[in-house]
Design a protein around this ligand. Structure first.
Ligand SMILES: C[S@@+](CC[C@H](N)C(=O)[O-])C[C@H]1O[C@@H](n2cnc3c(N)ncnc32)[C@H](O)[C@@H]1O
Ligand code: SF4
Length: 377
């Protein structure tokens, strides 16, 4: 089976930097040259395409335009971007094409423009429906704007609409967290990403940590939130990802199933299987300044063979679905014998169940995922 190829496109600007965020995003000091950035993305893609195996039949299976705040880009430029990509490498007509949108940077015209450009999935960064929580998170939108953005996206009958919410927020009670989920569920997005807030070292929250709920409360929020989502038809398929039937995010699934992807734009990462079975990773220049001077590729390297099992399982075991053994062989180009001992250890510890064709992570394995992965280091 050919390895599916996706495309990630990074848009690095935001109206203002959120205090918890360590994504590659930069506050707008002045309006950037959005059109010029599109030219750079295309030049970056052109360089990347020389690294593809030209004997393989490559078409793009999914596109994710992430950020930063991609919805700062006008629809005409997103249309131009997709047309110019398609002129270089065929985008499968059925490809899932997502754009991330912040509630403060959307209106009817922009969303319909995105749809006309070929976007069929919109992911809206809501984080919370409570005004005080949004202020504490440094968000530039209010709950009403979030609700309108979701309603608007839903009205377009796209393939899927995702809402990003976070939990474990400063001073969040169990009922606050359930309120956020209930509000989201009432708007009926097809996909819900429900992340626990993590404090990242290189952020404002990292240097000035807010008071977060204790472990017992975090556990209650997770348990009850999970139940509420499940009861309402949202099936968990990854640690933080819940979807209605048929609405799992194809782009993220490709990452987690260890598929290939091109990554263009500031700081974007790529993974490209080479004709000889080696796996090449690419990392793009992180800061817009260097990137806009035409220095796209910061580094590229071949992943050492002995690290591949760990890399494969680190992605694969995030998914709750079983892992076909065949996929390990096809995606790492290694025989099962290289992990036989580690699989035995994982089974003995109760982290995995093995059948002829698959490995299934157990509840114990999910709970102690780091210990499970360490076995493959
Ligand atoms: C690439 S980010 C940004 C999307 C968009 N710019 C926004 O903020 O709405 C995607 C999502 O990651 C989540 N996220 C970002 N930082 C996080 C953190 N420190 N802990 C947990 N989730 C985080 C947020 O839910 C966010 O919507
Ligand atoms: S808007 Fe999104 S990407 Fe930008 S700083 Fe905030 S969380 Fe990060």
């Amino acid at each position: 089976m050919p390895i599916p190829l996706s495309l990630y496109i990074h848009m690095p600007w935001c109206v203002q930097k959120c205090p918890y965020c360590d994504f590659n995003s930069h506050s707008l000091k002045q309006i950037p040259d959005y059109a010029g950035y599109i030219d750079h993305l295309i030049a970056d893609l052109t360089q990347d395409l020389t690294m593809l195996d030209h004997n393989a039949d490559h078409t793009i299976h999914s596109i994710f335009i992430g950020g930063g705040t991609p919805s700062l880009f006008p629809a005409e430029l997103i249309a131009q971007l997709l047309t110019r990509i398609n002129a270089q490498i065929l985008i499968n007509p059925k490809a899932e094409i997502t754009i991330e949108a912040n509630p403060n940077s959307v209106d009817v015209e922009r969303f319909t423009g995105y749809q006309q450009a070929g976007i069929n999935r919109i992911s809206i960064g809501v984080q919370s429906f409570q005004a005080d929580k949004l202020v504490k998170l440094g968000r530039v939108h209010n709950p009403e704007e979030a609700i309108s953005a979701i309603k608007l996206a839903k009205s377009l009958n796209l393939q899927s609409v995702n809402v990003d919410l976070m939990h474990g927020l400063p001073n969040q009670s169990l009922s606050d967290a359930m309120y956020d989920l209930e509000q989201a569920i009432a708007l009926s997005p097809t996909h819900l990403s429900w992340y626990q807030l993590t404090i990242e070292p290189n952020t404002l929250f990292g240097s000035h940590p807010p008071k977060l709920p204790d472990d017992d409360r975090l556990w209650d929020i997770y348990q009850q939130g999970h139940q509420l989502l499940t009861k309402n038809g949202y099936q968990q398929y990854e640690t933080s990802a819940y979807a209605k039937a048929g609405s799992m995010c194809q782009h993220n699934l490709n990452y987690w199933r260890f598929g290939d992807y091109l990554g263009i734009g500031c700081g974007a990462h790529g993974k490209l299987t080479q004709p000889n079975g080696e796996i090449r990773r690419t990392v793009k220049t992180r800061h817009p300044k260097g990137y806009l001077q035409g220095r796209y590729l910061e580094r590229t390297y071949i992943v050492p063979k002995e690290e591949l099992p760990f890399e494969f399982f680190m992605n694969r075991f995030r998914l709750l679905e079983p892992t076909p053994k065949q996929e390990f062989i096809e995606r790492t180009f290694q025989p099962l014998s290289v992990i036989e001992n580690q699989i035995d250890i994982a089974k003995t510890k109760g982290f995995l169940i093995e059948t002829d064709k698959v490995w299934q992570i157990t509840e114990q394995g999910k709970l102690f995922l780091n210990s499970l992965l360490e076995i493959f280091l």
